[in-house]
Design a protein around this ligand. Structure first.
Ligand SMILES: O=C[C@H](O)COP(=O)(O)O
Length: 252
């Protein structure tokens, strides 16, 4: 049975006091509510050390990672640095990194690999732009992104990757893919993995949906058979909404 996961991605939000308050609230929520899914918080680099030091049981992820191991890469944060402060994983290839920092599928593949090599769980993001969806190219785009970034991995490696399908047109827009659209493309991604690595491997990879998931639409989306949870932006910024999304798994 593959893992069900509710992961937050704070993006570039929260000051240190705000971050500390929200992390403490999420930690208490988990202790009081015994979630039926894994809970992950993806937070800005500068809060990671403090978060892991204060909340040992929280799964804390960075929002990015360097594709390089070490050296003259000013401003970059390496996998080794992250593991040295006990970070659990990294979001990799988010569409905002692809769009604003021009990250390529090849670079994203290198980031996935370096995360795995250092014992960090990568949440690998894929997903099409609005114009690609309108042109009916979403399957083709997601196939290319997935194959280039992941299909050099071994079966033992790919089962450690979490995939997050995030249609770019649904991120922060209030517009979500319908549960049927999410199911269709999640099943397609799983079929790509099955064709390359076999059904058993494909069935063990968690595929999250991201894009305007809120308490009022989560149950329908998370109930689909190939949707294993969500990568949550806006609704992960307060404990009421994030907690409600986590508790959705008690109703499914
Ligand atoms: O990483 C999270 C996604 O970009 C979704 O963001 P959103 O829930 O604010 O639409």
């Amino acid at each position: 049975m593959r893992k069900k996961i509710v992961a937050g991605n704070w993006k570039m939000n929260k000051t240190l006091p705000e971050a500390q308050t929200l992390l403490a609230e999420i930690d208490s929520f988990i202790q009081l509510n015994s979630p039926k899914c894994e809970v992950i918080v993806g937070i800005p680099f500068i809060y990671l050390e403090n978060a892991k030091a204060k909340h040992k049981n929280l799964q804390v992820y960075s929002e990015d990672i360097s594709e390089h191991r070490s050296g003259a890469y000013t401003g970059e944060i390496s996998a080794e640095m992250l593991t040295s402060i006990h970070v659990d994983g990294s979001i990799v290839g988010h569409s905002e990194r692809r769009q604003y920092h021009k990250e390529t599928d090849e670079q994203i593949g290198a980031k996935v690999k370096i995360a795995l090599d250092n014992g960090l769980t990568p949440i690998f993001c894929n997903g099409e732009l609005l114009e690609e969806r309108k042109a009916g190219k979403h399957f083709e785009v997601v196939k290319r992104q997935t194959e280039i970034a992941l299909f050099n991995l071994t079966a033992e490696e790919i089962v450690k990757v979490v995939i997050a399908y995030e249609p770019v047109w649904a991120i922060g827009t209030g517009e979500t893919a319908t549960p049927e659209q999410a199911q269709e493309i999640h099943a397609y991604i799983r079929s790509l993995i099955a064709d390359k690595y076999g059904k058993e491997v494909a069935d063990s990879v968690s595929i999250l949906y991201g894009g305007s998931v809120k308490p009022d639409n989560a149950k329908e989306i998370f109930s689909k058979p190939d949707v294993d949870g969500g990568l949550i932006g806006g609704a992960s910024l307060n404990v009421k909404d994030f907690g409600s999304l986590i508790n959705t798994y008690k109703e499914i």
